[in-house]
Design a protein around this ligand. Structure first.
Ligand SMILES: [Zn+2]
Length: 347
């Protein structure tokens, strides 16, 4: 009992240390709503960091100490894959799957698209898969890489891949990462992507219950992540439909507000409007965040188990090589310059 209390305390104390912002005095620019999630409130950066951080607390004894020791790295680097969309061609499709692109008279998209990568390529070609997104397959691919890193006891790779697989799992848990109408652009709801995954969690997640319990072993990672995508996709209609209903009934002049972010002022959804939407969703975002946390912890745990439960206590931290330092620097620079290679709004 005592140890549970201690873990809960550490969990809460550590969880709070998220989301600091700097304030730079400069002339303010107003950023419109539909670009606000690409570079500012970018799960959004806040959500991804929180999910990775809290996933550490789902881990069993043999892993917890190690991950806790490196929790700042796991947290900070939760967002590298989003930054990489600015630097690397081919990164963007790893963050989503437009599963509703695939349709057939009598089959659901999930019956139509093979879960196995090679079977899916045979059926649709790799170009098509890349065009409409590959997140479930990419999570599975990352799972192999993380397992290998554990087998090799490669500390740097374990940390990097843990942080990054956490990101992709988080993305797969977001309904709007599973549809062609990913930012409401097909239904006159531009901006909803950032609203759902950034604005709402930033406003309300302090009140969410993130005590999710223990990570569990995943028998079939590919089936597991496809199930995550499927449960995300089931929620798409509610995500879009509720917002549409609310817009139709809410006073137009109270829907948006202006918010200061660093040196910019952004047009964003007002707190009152956000609260109404959050209430209509009836805990959906909290549930998706909670399941993301469990999924991330469970993937880490499964990779470690499949690698033969290596002892993580005696891993030596090696300094980054010059090449690795350069790569990280390029990532930051490309992100700061701010042009995504691929489409916007898939974080
Ligand atoms: Zn992403």
């Amino acid at each position: 009992m005592k140890s549970i209390k201690l873990i809960l305390f550490v969990f809460l104390a550590t969880a709070i240390g998220i989301g600091s912002s700097s304030f730079i005095k400069e002339k303010k620019k107003i950023t419109p709503i539909d670009s606000s999630c690409s570079s500012i409130a970018v799960w959004g950066f806040y959500g991804h960091k929180k999910i990775n951080r809290l996933a550490v607390f789902t881990l069993p004894k043999g892993m917890f100490t190690f991950y806790k020791k490196h929790i700042e790295f796991i947290t900070d680097h939760a967002v590298d894959p989003d930054k990489r969309r600015y630097a690397v061609e081919g990164e963007a499709p790893r963050h989503y799957i437009d599963i509703d692109h695939y349709h057939h008279d009598s089959l659901t998209p999930f019956q139509l698209v093979p879960r196995d990568w090679n079977d899916a390529i045979t059926k649709f070609t790799e170009d098509t898969l890349q065009e409409y997104g590959i997140v479930p397959w990419h999570v599975n691919f990352m799972q192999y890489r993380l397992t290998k890193a554990f087998k090799e006891k490669d500390l740097k790779k374990i940390l990097k891949l843990s942080a990054e697989i956490g990101h992709y799992i988080g993305d797969a848990s977001v309904p709007l990462h599973t549809t062609e109408n990913y930012n409401g652009q097909l239904t006159g709801q531009r901006g909803i992507h950032g609203f759902w995954e950034s604005r709402i969690p930033e406003l309300f997640s302090e009140d969410y219950d993130f005590f999710v319990g223990q990570a569990t072993y995943i028998e079939s990672p590919i089936d597991y992540i496809w199930d995550v995508v499927e449960s995300s996709h089931i929620a798409v209609d509610s995500v879009l439909g509720f917002e549409k209903d609310l817009t139709n009934t809410y006073p137009k002049d109270r829907k948006y507000a202006f918010d200061n972010r660093g040196n910019r002022t952004i047009k964003t959804y007002s707190k009152e409007y956000s609260q109404e939407y959050q209430d209509m969703l009836d805990g959906m975002i909290e549930r998706r965040m909670r399941s993301s946390i469990t999924s991330v912890g469970s993937f880490w745990y499964t990779c470690w188990m499949n690698a033969g439960q290596p002892n993580l206590e005696d891993l030596e931290k090696k300094e980054l090589t010059e090449k690795e330092k350069k790569e990280q620097e390029e990532l930051e620079n490309a992100y700061k310059k701010g042009k995504i290679k691929g489409r916007e709004h898939q974080h």
